[in-house]
Ligand binder design. Structure first.
Ligand code: PAF
Length: 290
């Protein structure tokens, strides 16, 4: 596995593979890898001839009050996992090579970035679209693999890629969960045992939502109330940023569950902010698609 450290090195390596007709899959990450990341790598390995992962804790997507300085960094372990997965290369740039002195160009995120996470973390998606566009330039891949746990991020990157004719096929991969339902996240490392137990409220709320829909409930306000109750009941989450059901494609709020929708939750447990979601399919695939 090659370790690439500058954008020009990464571009040269990617171009040399593509010149030989090799189909490249890109897996962008911020490191602290877990089984969720490995599932992206595996899907890339299956769909493409070679995979290039990136590890970069991108400062521009963190607000000054957020966890940039304490974000978990486990580089040696990450390398071992990627090497074992058999990928071609990992691009691990330093902050100065992604954002050299004088850097001042940003990608204005699409409309779909303005809601939900965009409200809670106003500068976040500008940092994401900018760094992902830079990663697409450094590693001009055929396909790029993102996790559906960051559902809105997937939609934002998809819209950016379409609007700016990026020419990379954006592939979304299913959420990977612990056996008790907790969605895998690098930030789960922040949770102490008590918080880890309280964090299960997110997946429980989604599971109970699923049950209420299966029982015939279609009123979105009622379903959202139900999610909120599960989130806070008992020794629940410390704060709900949002717990909503919205149009799965546009993220616009719904009043009745009458089209493909997604339930999205962001909540804090202690100091840790967690997100989770559940796609709600319709027609013959009502909640049965996964
Ligand atoms: O989802 C992430 O890990 C990050 O937001 C990404 C896409 C790697 C951009 O920094």
């Amino acid at each position: 596995m090659e370790i690439l450290s500058t954008p020009s090195e990464a571009r040269q390596f990617t171009r040399s593979l593509r010149a030989k007709g090799i189909r490249i899959g890109l897996v962008p990450t911020m490191g602290a890898l877990h089984a969720g990341h490995l599932s992206l790598v595996n899907q890339s390995q299956q769909a493409c001839d070679a995979t290039i992962a990136t590890i970069f804790v991108n400062p521009t997507q963190f607000a000054p009050s957020e966890d940039l300085s304490r974000y978990p960094r486990t580089l040696e372990q990450d390398y071992e996992m990627l090497e074992a997965a058999g990928i071609a290369a990992v691009f691990v740039p330093r902050v100065e090579s992604m954002y050299p002195p004088g850097f001042s160009t940003y990608v204005d995120p699409p409309e779909i970035a303005r809601t939900l996470e965009g409200n809670c973390r106003p500068e976040h998606f500008r940092g994401v679209t900018t760094v992902v566009m830079k990663l697409f330039q450094a590693v001009p891949a055929d396909s790029a693999f993102f996790g559906k746990k960051d559902y809105q991020q997937w939609k934002v990157i998809e819209a950016m890629s379409r609007d700016l004719d990026v020419g990379v096929d954006v592939v979304a991969c299913e959420i990977i969960r612990e056996s008790d339902g907790l969605a895998l996240s690098s930030r789960n490392r922040y949770l102490d045992p008590n918080e880890r137990r309280r964090a299960l409220r997110l997946s429980m709320a989604l599971k109970e939502l699923e049950q209420a829909i299966s029982a015939g409930e279609r009123d979105v306000a009622t379903l959202q109330d139900g999610m909120r109750q599960v989130l806070v009941s008992g020794d629940g989450v410390s704060q709900i940023d949002y717990a909503v059901i919205v149009n799965a494609n546009t993220l616009v709020p719904l009043s009745t569950l009458d089209r493909p929708a997604v339930a999205l939750i962001a909540a804090r447990v202690g100091q840790t902010r967690l997100i989770d979601n559940r796609e709600l399919c319709f027609g013959s695939k009502l909640l049965g698609g996964r």
